[in-house]
Design a protein around this ligand. Structure first.
Ligand code: CA
Ligand code: CA
Ligand code: CA
Ligand code: CA
Length: 650
């Protein structure tokens, strides 16, 4: 820390002049300026210094001049890699430079932009003549850029955020046959809020091609209507035996992309981590409408595969010698001409958890060779899954499986779960995926996923649902129905709920047994029943601002046990029968014999002429709705005079 004092004085004196020499050696063309914002509008404006909106640069010029730490703010409009005809020109991203689109051209802070409203498009349609099909051979695309964007060799400080990338057509030679929208070789850029649409490639990755040692992250982005003539209509990612690649994606949409192999995504010797994604209406003319994964590791969490098609196998996904973890995924209304309506597992080893396979044409899960079955647990599989554990096979009761158009597999399908779906609370919480892409921005990727595909809490109630959507019930009555009670006996039952906010309990239909009352705050139903009977059709509602839950039940109030015991009597032979009496055991609620609907009658067979002996006294006839009455008889003993005296003196 005292190094400067060790410098010889003469050397210290030289330092200013050394600095001066170094400064003069810097090329004059590189202006010394602090990192900041470079403003961009189509074609540039004013003095084109990039210092503000009024003197904005064009995008290509801004990228050329940007230094590490710069941001480039790009006004809405269309930007092409060149004003000429050089199909190899492209927008090359830079490490340390973040390029943001979506500005109206008036903003002074990043948070004011809105890419959904102010479309900043990067277009490879150099002649501006594109029409018709998005195919590499379409003549109106023969002028288009081979790659609209490249991010080769960048690190994770290269950012592209808030753009539509369109009209790339990689139909050249060498690398210019793949990645029409974006080519990423040995790059690790952060790609956010991008729409890749109408890009094509003569081999791989119509929308984007990712190749060896490339580990980009892609968030909040869509691949729509891209095409490749070989594989990966939307996205293709490849490693090789030495250099693997890995793509981490969250909140993605792949829709309407086509290729022979992997309409949405083709991945080979590459790892895929996908959290929150919709694969819809992608098509493979051969295998893997949604995804093909060959070799490599794939994690797919909280995703929907709907309306994808494959002319051969595996309309949702196809795995070849790849391992995969598939959790909280729904496959529905995918169409495969042959097998694997949802999934083909070809010598792979998928682990499938908390997922739904329903209504796919071509069967649900197809294994090749037969017997090489994925490990399926806590999932709903149409037709069942014989080697799985905790498998349901009942209709999952999607909210609207074929949507308003009544055609399954089109974008209006609603594959959330209806109330009463067997898939609600049918998963295993142990298999909730982790927060792979840190969707709650707390730098913890090991905690369980906080959000479902709708960005609702992933866990509602005590147990996770199957599929990507968690039904938000919010308020649940979780207690068992109230038990039976007994007339005159203290009764207590507490209704319990799971809810974030406190709930209020009320009786919304039927009548509680008399004597019982419901505490609106605690849910305690208590009291002493004052009338036996069956009280049916009672509905208890627990509710708060989030919603409410009902429970319908009957309460049976049993009669109390009452024993009427006739009293033994004795009389002397020849005397009239004494008054017959009885004792009562079991009265509650202050009842007396006078409260009985029908009083007990006491009879004996003895008459005034009956000889000495024992005669039964029978209690009977008493009846009351509140009592379950047992009668116990007694004996009238008729004695001779001497015996009578002995008995009564005892
Ligand atoms: Ca064109
Ligand atoms: Ca539909
Ligand atoms: Ca987190
Ligand atoms: Ca649940």
């Amino acid at each position: 820390m005292y190094h400067h004092t060790l410098l010889p004085r003469r050397l210290r004196a030289l330092i200013p002049s050394i600095l001066l020499v170094l400064l003069t050696l810097l090329p004059a063309a590189a202006p010394l300026r602090s990192a900041g914002v470079i403003y961009v509008v189509p074609g540039g404006a004013g003095a084109q210094t990039g210092a503000d909106w009024a003197s904005a640069k064009d995008l290509q010029a801004a990228l050329q001049s940007a230094a590490s730490g710069d941001q480039i703010w790009v006004k809405a409009g269309t930007y092409k890699p060149t004003t000429g005809a050089d199909r190899s020109a492209n927008f090359q991203l830079k490490s340390g430079v973040a390029v943001y689109g979506g500005f109206a051209g008036t903003e002074d802070s990043l948070s004011q932009r809105d890419p959904a409203t102010h479309i900043s498009a990067l277009s490879g349609d150099l002649l501006g003549n594109d029409s018709g099909a998005v195919t590499s051979s379409n003549p109106t695309r023969s002028d288009n850029s081979y790659h609209v964007v490249t991010s080769n060799g960048t690190d994770a400080t290269a950012v592209l955020d808030g753009f539509t990338i369109t009209a790339g057509n990689a139909n050249g030679a060498s690398f210019e046959v793949q990645g029409g929208g974006l080519l990423n070789v040995k790059g690790q850029p952060v790609l956010r809020s991008l729409i890749f649409t109408n890009n094509s490639a003569v081999t791989s990755g119509g929308g984007m091609f990712n190749y060896i040692s490339s580990n980009p992250t892609l968030h909040d982005s869509s691949f729509i209507n891209n095409a490749a003539d070989d594989n990966g209509g939307g996205l293709s990612s490849s490693g090789n035996s030495v250099f693997t690649s890995s793509i981490t994606m969250s909140r993605m949409i792949f829709s309407g992309n086509t290729a022979p192999f992997g309409g949405g995504i083709f991945s080979e010797s590459s790892d895929l981590i996908i959290n929150h994604a919709v694969f819809r209406s992608n098509g493979a003319t051969m295998v893997g409408g949604g995804i093909v994964s060959n070799y490599g590791h794939t994690i797919i969490a909280q995703a929907l595969f709907n309306g994808n098609t494959a002319e051969s196998y595996g309309s949702g996904m196809a795995y070849y010698k790849a391992d995969a973890t598939i959790s909280q995924v729904t496959f529905s209304a995918n169409w495969s001409k042959n097998n694997g309506g949802a999934l083909v597992n070809d010598e792979g080893s998928p682990h499938i958890r908390n997922s739904i396979f329903w209504g796919n044409q071509g069967g649900q899960i197809y294994n090749f060779p037969v017997g090489n079955a994925p490990d399926v647990q806590f999932s709903l599989v149409q037709g069942g899954y014989i080697t799985g554990t905790h498998i349901l096979a009942a209709d999952p009761l999607f909210a609207d499986a074929d949507g308003a158009d009544n055609i399954a597999g089109t974008p209006d399908d609603d594959l959330r779960l209806q109330a009463g779906s067997p898939a609600i609370d049918a998963g295993s919480n142990a298999f909730i995926p982790s927060d792979l892409t840190d969707d709650n921005h707390n730098n913890d990727v090991n905690e369980t996923a906080p959000f479902d595909l709708d960005s609702n809490p992933r866990l509602d109630g005590a147990i996770v649902d199957l599929g990507p959507y968690e039904t938000q019930i919010k308020v649940r009555l979780i207690s068992t129905p109230p038990p039976a009670g007994t007339y005159g006996s203290s009764y207590s039952h507490t209704f319990t709920t799971t809810a974030v906010l406190p709930v209020t309990y009320s009786v919304t239909a039927g009548i509680l047994p008399p004597g019982l009352a419901l505490n609106a705050t605690t849910g305690l139903l208590s009291g002493i029943p004052t009338a036996a009977g069956t009280y049916s059709g009672i509905i208890i509602t627990a509710g708060n601002a989030d919603g409410s839950a009902n429970q319908t039940f009957a309460i049976l109030i049993h009669p109390a046990a009452l024993t009427i015991t006739a009293n033994n009597k004795i009389r002397i032979f020849g005397a009239p029968n004494p008054p017959l009496t009885a004792s009562y055991s079991g009265f509650v609620n202050g009842d007396t014999p006078d409260n009985l609907d029908t009083p007990a009658s006491l009879t004996t067979t003895a008459t005034i002429t009956s000889p000495p002996g024992g005669y039964p006294i029978t209690a009977s006839g008493a009846a009351d709705a509140n009592y379950d009455i047992t009668f116990i008889p007694a004996t009238l003993t008729i004695t001779s005079g001497r015996t009578y005296l002995a008995l009564v003196s005892r």
